[in-house]
Ligand binder design. Structure first.
Ligand code: RIB
Length: 291
């Protein structure tokens, strides 16, 4: 079994702020740093740090060689990561304040992934393999269709959640990985109550495997009438960026290794509890030996 993560890569411009900037306000940051990020890259690093062999497919601009080197440093296979001289690498503007963040995304090269690149990459994978995707690259519907046609198991982290998601062939997804906001959007549930969201997910996606994270309230696994809960591991929160990506990577790596859901939720909770204690995205993801 090979794991293919077809996902975004962003330069994260991270500004530490006294408060989140208001409309019409100009304020100086307390500090600035540029990091490697993107939900795709973060999840590949998390999968690799959790001990899985992972192939990262995607696209960076002419300024993106550093991403290739960075992924390689963690043992991620970058054979299918394309460099396009006519595009700029994607980037994110991230305000961090009291552990919380606000993110503006600019897709750049992530949004120029075309059918040709998807076909070329999928040629190297087949029905024993697993595809992980997030919602930060172009041509998602085509990618899901083709991967399903080839028999790959599809895990979809619907982040960031938007209306485009409903234009994708969601029936072809095997595992959804969502936080409570994404889950409410996906299940078209008006309520913010976790029990209501779970009920709505069970109604609309009864056959699907769903991993749901709910911040302080921990996480759940749902499938048909199965419902498993996992508490969080309490930690001093410095920056939540990439906590969800860490959860996704560690859950999937552990689940794919031995199919033990409770163990996978526990490992993912422990790993994301460490990520929130560090600044930045990929760099704050722990190694399995730290857990
Ligand atoms: O999940 C965190 C990530 O979201 C950041 O690294 C940023 O690039 C955005 O994609």
């Amino acid at each position: 079994m090979k794991v293919l993560n077809f996902g975004s890569l962003n330069y994260d411009h991270v500004y530490e702020m006294a408060h989140f900037t208001m409309p019409k306000e100009t304020q100086s940051s307390l500090s600035y740093i540029r990091n490697f990020g993107g939900k795709g890259l973060n999840q590949s690093i998390a999968l690799a740090k959790a001990g899985l062999e992972v192939y990262h497919a995607g696209k960076v601009g002419s300024d993106g060689q550093d991403f290739i080197d960075y992924l390689k440093r963690y043992g991620v296979d970058t054979t299918y990561l394309k460099k396009d001289d006519e595009e700029a690498t994607g980037h994110a503007i991230i305000e961090v304040c009291e552990g919380q963040n606000r993110i503006i995304l600019h897709g750049g090269a992530n949004q120029s992934i075309d059918e040709r690149q998807i076909d070329e990459v999928l040629e190297h994978f087949d029905k024993e393999d697993v595809l992980l995707v997030q919602n930060e690259i172009s041509n998602m519907a085509y990618l899901l269709d083709k991967a399903h046609e080839k028999g790959l198991t599809i895990a979809f982290n619907t982040a960031p959640m938007d209306d485009k998601v409903f234009t994708y062939p969601l029936d072809k997804v095997d595992i959804f990985i969502v936080n409570e906001i994404e889950a409410a959007g996906l299940a078209k549930c008006e309520s913010q109550d976790v029990d209501e969201i779970i009920k709505a997910l069970q109604e609309k996606y009864y056959d699907k495997k769903i991993v749901l994270t709910v911040g302080e309230k921990g996480s759940y696994y749902l499938q048909k009438d199965i419902l498993i809960h996992q508490d969080i591991y309490k930690a001093e929160v410095v920056d939540t960026t990439a906590a969800g990506d860490t959860f996704t990577g560690f859950f999937l790596a552990s689940y794919l290794k031995d199919g033990d859901i409770a163990k996978a939720l526990d490992l993912a909770a422990r790993a994301s509890g460490i990520t929130v204690q560090g600044k930045g995205a990929a760099q704050s993801i722990p190694d399995i030996s730290q857990l």
